[in-house]
Design a protein around this ligand. Structure first.
Ligand code: C5P
Length: 418
């Protein structure tokens, strides 16, 4: 049963639940971030064991990583003590994934060459599980032809490359080579293990703004970027769903393996949704649909001087159809999820929406905070159902999307509709 007091992050629905991750830590200043990475992987349900190279121990102590992982840290190939706990071949077999973060240029070179002269490279050679590396190094080292060739060689052997990021580096230089942020590494790690949470489900998602024409060249619209809706489409695809993305105008590319239906106005979006939703299992209305549209669309461009003599040009507006409410009130409706972007009393207004639009779940966020919401890359949300609610920490929109999909899958299951 759902326990609202349970920390959301410790949800049992992640694709990392019970996955055994061997975290390899190599020598670089970013090694300190592995401490946080262990915690975040554990939050997602993973069992983490740590292997450190000798150089890594110069940057962070094995004791720290042992305390965090709850297991002895393996360092040497031929250490009688750790070998007696779990031998290196056993450890290689134990891992569902070997994740090396941070991966130094030296380690990447040795892995690409197939070396087996220390514990971590030997484990990589001995394991038949997927391997992922998250490079972290000075930008010139990353750009170096030798490193690039090594990375390409690893990629051709199906080693996953997570990052690196660009930006200010510990050495003061700016460029590509920074370790990907911990959130990003966790997200890519989850992608290694498809969750199958929505296998075979048809999911219809609306995203982006709508445009309501005033004349042939002008329209009323809003600042919606479509990022959250597109991120949800990707997360649903990764969970095994068949996704139809009904999108207003955005500059975003259609996610692979989705079917996108492009629309402009709210009326067009309404029609497209009604056409698709009949056999859908889930409907997610993320679009920022314009509430009003001009009563008349002028045939010709409105010109300066077209205003009547009192100089006031009036555009009369009428309400658009409420798409999600239309879906919510359909007989035999899909599991229906709405969004509530509010600037005050966020949860209270969201709960009203849940009832009024007859939804199963509402995702609420506070758009008065400019570090989240419209056009930003991050979001902090509260998810509401008729009988409970849960608040999530601030996360990237991509991460938020994965969490929402997990909660939808859980909601479906509890409603006996999965
Ligand atoms: O009422 P409000 O516009 O704040 O509700 C937001 C939710 O309703 C979002 O999920 C949005 O996609 C949906 N909506 C809709 N059709 C409208 C207005 C909003 O589907 N005309």
């Amino acid at each position: 049963m759902w326990d609202p007091s349970h920390s959301f992050c410790k949800t049992s629905m992640s694709s990392l639940t019970n996955k055994r991750i061997l975290l390899g830590v190599t020598g670089g200043i970013a090694a300190y971030k592995s401490a946080e990475l262990i915690r975040r992987l554990q939050d997602r349900g993973a069992d983490v064991r740590v292997v450190m190279t000798r150089a890594a121990t110069e940057f962070i102590t094995p004791l720290t990583l042992q305390a965090l992982s709850g297991h002895p840290v393996h360092q040497d190939l031929l250490n009688a003590e750790t070998e007696s706990v779990m031998g290196h071949i056993e450890l290689a077999r134990w891992a569902d994934l070997i994740l090396i973060a941070p991966a130094s240029a030296n380690f990447i070179a040795r892995l690409a060459q197939g070396h087996g002269d220390d514990l971590l490279t030997t484990l990589c050679l001995a394991s038949e599980s997927p391997i992922a590396v998250a490079p972290a190094m000075n930008q010139a080292m990353w750009a170096n032809e030798a490193t690039q060739e090594n990375v390409a060689a690893l990629a051709s052997k199906h080693v996953r490359i997570f990052g690196p990021d660009e930006g200010l580096q510990a050495c003061g230089e700016v460029g590509a080579g920074r370790l990907l942020d911990v959130d990003g590494i966790v997200l890519l790690t989850e992608k290694v293990f498809p969750s199958h949470l929505l296998d075979g489900k048809k999911v219809v998602i609306t995203a982006g703004p709508t445009r309501e024409a005033i004349d042939p060249v002008r329209y009323i619209s809003n600042n919606s970027s479509g990022k959250q809706g597109y991120a949800l489409a990707e997360a649903a695809i990764e969970a095994g769903a068949q996704v139809v993305l009904i999108s207003g105008p955005t500059g975003l590319p259609a996610p692979d393996r989705s079917r996108r239906v492009d629309v402009v106005s709210a009326d067009e979006m309404f029609d497209a949704v009604m056409k698709e939703v009949g056999d859908a299992d889930i409907f997610i209305g993320v679009a920022a649909v314009a509430d009003y549209k001009p009563v008349h669309r002028e045939e010709q461009k409105i010109k300066k001087g077209d205003a009547p003599s009192n100089q006031v040009l009036r555009i009369d507006l009428i309400e658009n159809p409420d798409i999600i409410s239309g879906v919510g009130h359909l007989a035999g409706r899909p599991y229906t999820v709405g969004f509530a972007a509010e600037t005050q009393n966020v949860v209270e207004y969201a709960r009203k929406k849940l009832t009024k639009k007859n939804l199963d779940m509402v995702v609420a966020n506070d758009v008065s905070d400019t570090s989240i919401g419209f056009n930003s890359d991050d979001n902090r949300i509260t998810v509401l159902w008729a009988d409970r609610e849960v608040e999530l920490p601030k996360l990237s929109k991509r991460n938020v999307a994965t969490r929402i999909i997990e909660l939808i899958a859980q909601g479906l299951r509890e409603a006996g509709r999965s």
